[in-house]
Design a protein around this ligand. Structure first.
Ligand SMILES: [Zn+2]
Length: 349
């Protein structure tokens, strides 16, 4: 993160507004906020893009990075006794925190300025992530569980299970003014109707949501964080039909992009965007919108427009082969990675 001065003007080619229209501009930033955007004659300069927001992570399982493991979704990541949970329980707090810090650094280096994390481990788990976030260059939104939600921004439910007291936990979290997020339809559509009855603020996955369920999600305007690389890594997706991103966009679902478990997938939104673009053949503008949209849902939008906070990634197109791009937005989504980012401008709100 490069701190901006009290006032600074950046010139370059920026993806402006919510449609990311490429314009040659001079952007004035004062005290962390965009106060003016003026078109220029086009002198080149960096590509300026909104910072990403990673809408779904589990940072604590950094400590089990690429652990050799086979098995299905339940044996790997389902609470209470999936492999991941056994490892988390056995890990010293200092190791968990160090892992989370390192992953936050990875996220920042690849252009992410905020994330929403499902934090296991009750109140202690939430406290550890808060500690890891001290002086961090990213804003973290924390969904706790097992009592952790009382100290967090919201309640993060592993998945709907009848008779597990989920309705009561949701009612209590709502009473405390917390947000509700839940994994649903990751392996099949069976748990999604019950999840929808909870009227969550965020659904995670919806990998196998049916057409009817998707229409309801669109009608009720419930945001969905899709995590395609995680779905492939965990064997619950093997085609662009799952998650049904194209259909979701067609129906007008509000989509966000997340990277899910760090143990299987690097929390790098540039890699996630490239994957969605290549495998799901989603237009670059939609992919970038999914990668940025969480910023508005969980705080302030990163869109580049007057009055918004300054949250930009500056990429030098003269590095590597980017100067030959005939479509900078597509090139940005398909090819940018941390090594091409020359500067990240973000002031913590
Ligand atoms: Zn998850």
């Amino acid at each position: 993160m490069t701190p901006v001065g009290d006032q600074e003007t950046l010139t370059g080619r920026a993806f402006i507004g919510e449609d990311f229209l490429l314009r040659d501009v001079a952007i004035t930033v004062e005290h962390g906020r965009i106060t003016a955007i003026e078109e220029t004659a086009g002198a080149g300069g960096p590509w300026i893009c909104p910072c990403f927001f990673n809408a779904h992570t589990h940072l604590a399982d950094t400590i089990a990075l690429d652990i050799p493991a086979g098995g299905d979704l339940a044996s790997l990541v389902a609470p209470p006794d999936g492999l991941k949970h056994r490892i988390l329980r056995a890990a010293p707090a200092a190791d968990l925190m160090s892992g989370m810090r390192r992953s936050i650094e990875v996220m920042h280096a690849s252009g992410t300025a905020g994330f929403a994390d499902f934090r296991e481990g009750g109140p202690e788990g939430v406290a550890l992530l808060r500690e890891a976030l001290k002086n961090a260059p990213c804003r973290g939104v924390i969904f706790g569980r097992d009592g952790g939600e009382r100290h967090a921004d919201g309640l993060g439910i592993a998945h709907y299970r009848p008779g597990a007291g989920i309705e009561a936990a949701v009612a209590e979290a709502r009473r405390q003014g917390k947000r509700i997020a839940i994994h649903a339809a990751e392996k099949d559509a069976g748990d999604l109707d019950a999840a929808l009855e909870l009227q969550p603020d965020l659904l995670v996955h919806c990998t196998h949501a049916t057409g009817g369920q998707l229409r309801r999600i669109a009608d009720e305007e419930i945001p969905v964080a899709v995590c395609p690389r995680s779905n492939w890594a965990l064997g619950v997706a093997a085609s662009p039909d799952h998650p049904p991103i194209a259909r979701m966009l067609e129906l007008g679902c509000r989509l966000l992009l997340g990277t899910d478990n760090v143990m299987f997938v690097q929390p790098d939104m540039t890699a996630e965007m490239a994957f969605v673009s290549l495998v799901y053949r989603i237009p670059a503008r939609d992919v970038l919108r999914m990668a940025v949209a969480g910023s508005a849902l969980f705080g302030e939008p990163h869109d580049i427009r007057e009055g918004n906070m300054a949250a930009f990634v500056c990429v030098d197109p003269m590095r590597g082969n980017l100067r030959f791009s005939r479509d900078p937005l597509a090139t940005f989504v398909k090819r940018v990675n941390a090594s091409l980012i020359e500067r990240i401008i973000y002031s913590m709100p």
